[in-house]
Design a protein around this ligand. Structure first.
Ligand code: ADP
Ligand code: MG
Length: 446
């Protein structure tokens, strides 16, 4: 079901509460990587340009319900202020009386940011009172935090009990790019899956099984498949308890006629550390006391060849321990190949914190068709699960099946606009008529 977005209401003169994912890495009081902040700019600018007053809220790190000085959002606000070219004041405490006053003074075109939502444990427990207080800071709610959409927290799900909820532009582009992979993908479609463990990726592999033409498997998780095929992997990372599961996946792929490419050669190292002795071996010659740390050159060639005709590629998970530059050849080669494919017109979608970090390091992120900002969220989405933070957003009315004289099959902004008369929309009466088949109450217990 399509969701309503910021374009479906009239922002002029409204105070809009916006959940963003500003969980950026902070080092020495500075934002180390501002990509998450930049990703939210289109929504923030859109709202400001259209005359809204914007109240931003985000979490940062895992303070576990306590004020942790190093997890204050001030560096983020400073960075955002530089990017927006206007001041972004930050409140002392999401619950403080000062916050209420600052929100009340906020004028159209102005931005305010709440302090780290997770300084209160009520955020993660999706406490109703906490959600109600947050909801009191806006007349409408916009969720642009795709990276937090798989969590049913006060700021992603709780507030929607009190405010009409819309998708931000980043949320919209994430939903579009990822649902295209599931619903309307252009074939041939290949999924390159790597990373440390199979356990985190089984759901995605299973859900993509009847959608892809080929799986290309690398990284630590390949070892479990290699063992399922009868190879030994020495000291390599292995999830022995999942070997049976891996076997089932291999059988399933055969049943579905899906190519399932595993490494045929690997880089093995005596230790998984910088400067350790390492060499390239075929997968039937992994020494007992060595670890596989990257795909080998033969495998890289086979993978790039298999990707040759692909019109769509999804990539999640580095193909080796890329944090050690010597073990990053496979990851870098595939990243470059995919960037070239995207430039040549293929659809290339990349998800996963570490995969995206690898791309950023190479300066290739911009070249891809879509980079998902949500690691866990994008995987859960591709597992076919409904994310709680998305389920509670207002549905777009399906195009009218029969035209009862009316000419516009698309709902006009006026008819879909929820009734928000009060500036303190804390009562149920301000909630728009439930159009969703999933009532908010159900999402609350998720
Ligand atoms: P993403 O964040 O892109 O989803 P993951 O978190 O699943 O990726 O996996 C990334 C981690 O996998 C990296 O820290 C990398 O070092 C590790 N990894 C990749 N290949 C191997 C390997 N052969 N052995 C051990 N760890 C690996
Ligand atoms: Mg990761």
């Amino acid at each position: 079901m399509e969701k309503q977005t910021v374009r479906d209401f009239q922002p002029q003169g409204k105070r809009v509460l916006v959940r963003v994912d500003f969980n950026a890495p902070i080092q020495d009081g500075k934002v180390k990587d501002d990509s998450r902040i930049r990703a939210a700019l289109p929504t923030i600018k859109y709202l400001l340009d259209h005359g809204a007053a914007v109240v931003l809220m985000s979490h940062l790190g895992r303070p576990r319900g306590k004020v942790v000085e190093s997890m204050r959002l001030r560096p983020v606000a400073q960075r955002l202020s530089a990017l927006l070219g206007r001041p972004v004041p930050i409140t002392g405490d999401p619950l403080g009386i000062g916050t209420r006053d600052a929100v009340a003074r906020l004028k159209p075109g102005q931005v305010l940011m709440l302090e780290n939502l997770r300084f209160h444990s009520e955020e993660e427990t999706n406490d109703d009172e906490y959600a109600k207080t947050l909801a009191g800071y806006g007349q409408l709610f916009v969720n642009d935090a795709f990276g937090a959409a798989h969590r049913a927290h006060a700021s992603t799900v709780g507030v929607t009990k009190y405010l009409p909820a819309y998708a931000g532009l980043l949320m919209e582009s994430e939903m579009e790019a990822l649902s295209a992979l599931l619903d309307s993908v252009q074939h041939p479609f290949a999924a390159v899956i790597g990373g440390a463990k199979v356990s985190g990726k089984i759901g995605v592999i299973s859900n993509l099984m009847d959608k892809v033409d080929a799986f290309l498997i690398g990284g630590g998780m390949a070892n479990t498949f290699l063992v399922a095929q009868g190879f030994t992997v020495g000291k390599s990372l292995l999830e022995r308890e999942l070997v049976d599961e891996a076997m089932k996946i291999l059988e399933n792929a055969e049943k579905h006629g899906v190519d399932f490419l595993l490494p045929t050669d690997v880089v093995v190292a005596k230790e998984v550390t910088r400067g350790a002795e390492h060499k390239i071996v075929p997968v039937n010659k992994i020494p007992n006391s060595w670890s596989a740390v990257d795909i080998g050159p033969m495998t890289t060639d086979a993978f790039t060849q298999a990707l040759e005709g692909a019109k769509t590629v999804f990539w999640n998970g580095p193909l080796g321990v890329f944090e050690v530059p010597t073990f990053g050849d496979g990851t870098r080669a595939i990243a470059r190949h995919l960037a070239a494919k995207a430039e040549a017109g293929a659809t290339v979608v990349v998800g996963g914190g570490d995969s995206v970090a690898a791309l950023e390091e190479l300066g290739l992120a911009e070249k891809m068709t879509h980079i998902s900002t949500g690691g866990g969220a994008s995987l859960e989405f591709l597992e076919g699960r409904e994310l709680p933070g998305i389920a509670v957003l207002l549905d777009r009315e399906p195009p009218a099946k029969e035209l009862k004289g009316a000419k516009s099959p698309k709902p006009s902004p006026k008819t879909t606009k929820p009734q928000t008369k009060s500036t303190k929309p804390q009562t149920k009466s301000t909630k728009p008529p439930a159009k969703s088949t999933k009532p908010a109450a159900k999402a609350n217990v998720a």
